[in-house]
Design a protein around this ligand. Structure first.
Ligand code: GLC
Length: 526
């Protein structure tokens, strides 16, 4: 642990999905002015930074993850003046602002792709990945993350182009130095404006095997999995050259003060660690995929810590715009415990908007489905609309999110589950989040401290966090029965997810209610 931790090591990141946070103009879609208007709420949470999913101009085939201009703002979200106002308002409140940057692919409507597509002789042909087919079929067996072949045939120029995601998201060719230069300039544009860092989209996809070798069959494939899982992604992701590009990104960022680079890569822990060369925080999504099981979590925490490179700073993500919400994954009863877990683990936590209220996945009627993933691969339950529904602010129609028709329906108990109602309501999840965050801010042991033990005792996950003379004992009962678990000695209860009480614990046995988590100060024990 460096003596002076950076803000992104001490701090907490709050992810905002801009379409769904706050609409300010009645078109049913959230926007930048809406986020600005809600910053005071974000401040009340006690978080340090907001990360905003993409706001660049985009045909919205994948809701902003298909960028057609890297240095602009999509009119749906506002204009550059709205962005400047948001950045300024965030900074005035001591909040950092992290942008989403999508380097792997552009929109098919990006002028670069339009030019690249225009002819085989185009000066930008090599900016994307064009290949001849094989006997009337695509160049190889690579599949798109959204289903179907990863190659789309372009009639006019008679070649296929590669897209790891939608056909509307052609992959850039990162082996081309002009692409690297152009994207570097885009990063500098935002850094010059004063943004505090980037979340880099899908970095493990930046390069593909140059020889375009077929992917091997996935030995674990079975009926019920989406067809795209038939093959491993051996030659399609996680190629060695990624690190060079990330190194360039990092040099650019580090030529400015105090900026952070976060990378999105869904990879096993061993592979994820290699991305520490390039980014400060390769997102650790392993809590998202984890079962709610004390043995599994203890092993995960321990393995992650063991694998971290020297000087590699840990981080944990509880939810995001692509995966089922925590209240649905682990159940609403487990939500307070999950909050305590996220906020007492070593490393930077990322919290997804609405999870602090206990929002669950919302059932979207088929006729209202918006997500291209669900539309292309129906029936696999992979659609992401359920986790992207509008933030409920008050018990009003549409939860105060919009005066118009929301782009996705809100959950159906808005009158009870909204910020205004939960605000200050004793025992509400929102207050629990605020209190836990405040405690984490007061206790360096919780944010930057080391671990003592990490273990599980039946259903109870137990760990210690230590900083200087401070020693905090955390026990989370993931089970559904009352349980007693040993405490290393007498201590002082600082926080419980169940009781409102705090105070001395005289004995050396902790009594934990079902779904109860506690933080006990045991610094006095010799
Ligand atoms: C990332 C984003 C996801 C998007 C995909 C393609 O995984 O989080 O929302 O669809 O990249 O850009």
């Amino acid at each position: 642990m460096p003596t002076e931790a950076a803000w992104w090591q001490r701090g907490i990141i709050y992810q905002i999905y801009p379409r769904s946070f706050q609409d300010s103009n009645g078109d049913g879609i959230g926007d930048l002015a809406g986020i600005t208007a809600r910053l005071d709420y974000v401040v009340t949470l006690g978080v340090d930074a907001i990360w905003i999913s993409p706001i660049n101009p985009s045909p919205m085939a994948d809701f902003g993850y298909d960028v057609s201009d890297y240095t602009g703002i999509d009119p749906i979200f506002g204009g550059m003046a709205d962005f400047d106002a948001l950045l300024d308002a965030a900074h005035q409140r001591g909040l950092k602002l992290i942008m989403d940057f999508v380097p792997n692919h552009t929109s098919e409507q990006h002028p670069w792709f339009l030019e690249s597509r225009s002819s085989r002789d185009s000066l930008k042909r090599d900016w994307y990945i064009w290949r001849d087919g094989k006997d009337g079929s695509p160049p190889n067996n690579w599949m798109s993350e959204f289903g179907g072949s990863a190659w789309t045939f372009d009639e006019a120029s008679g070649q296929y182009y590669y897209h790891a995601y939608l056909p509307q998201q052609p992959d850039l060719n990162w082996r081309n130095s002009d692409v690297r230069a152009a994207m570097g300039n885009a990063l500098r544009f935002w850094l010059d404006k004063g943004v505090d860092g980037f979340r880099l989209d899908t970095i493990h996809h930046l390069f593909e095997d140059e020889g375009l070798r077929d992917n091997p069959l996935n030995p674990d494939f079975h009926e019920g999995l989406p067809p795209r899982e038939q093959f491993e992604r051996t030659h399609q992701t996680d190629q060695r050259e990624v690190r060079d590009v990330l190194g360039e990104f990092r040099r650019i960022c580090e030529s400015y003060d105090d900026r952070v680079l976060i990378g999105e890569a869904y990879l096993p822990l061993e592979k994820l660690m290699r991305y520490y060369d390039g980014v400060h925080l390769p997102f650790n999504f392993h809590l998202i995929g984890a079962p709610w099981n004390a043995a599994h979590l203890a092993d995960l925490i321990w393995r992650y810590e063991q694998l971290l490179p020297r000087n590699g700073w840990p981080n944990w993500v509880l939810g995001n715009h692509d995966r089922s919400r925590v209240a649905s994954r682990f159940g609403i009863k487990a939500a307070p415990l999950a909050a305590m877990l996220l906020l007492t683990l070593r490393g930077t936590p990322t919290l997804y908007y609405g999870d602090e209220l206990g929002l669950a996945d919302v059932n979207i009627p088929p006729a209202q489905v918006q997500d291209p993933w669900e539309i292309r691969v129906p029936g696999f339950g992979l659609g992401r609309d359920p986790v992207r529904t509008p933030m409920p602010w008050a018990s009003e129609p549409n939860g105060g999110f919009t005066a118009g028709k929301p782009w996705l329906p809100l959950h159906d108990n808005v009158s009870e589950l909204n910020v205004q109602t939960l605000d200050g309501k004793p025992g509400s999840l929102l207050d629990l989040y605020r209190d836990l965050i405040a405690l984490r801010r007061r206790e360096p042991a919780l944010s930057t401290g080391d671990y003592g033990t990490v273990e599980h005792r039946d259903d109870v996950l137990v760990y210690e966090r230590v900083h200087a003379e401070r020693r905090l004992f955390i026990a989370l009962n993931l089970g559904t029965t009352l349980i007693y678990t040993p405490l290393p000695g007498p201590g002082e209860l600082l926080f419980s997810t169940v009781h409102g009480w705090k105070g001395k614990i005289a004995g050396d046995l902790l009594r934990l209610q079902p779904h109860e988590g506690v933080i006990v100060d045991i610094s006095a024990i010799a």
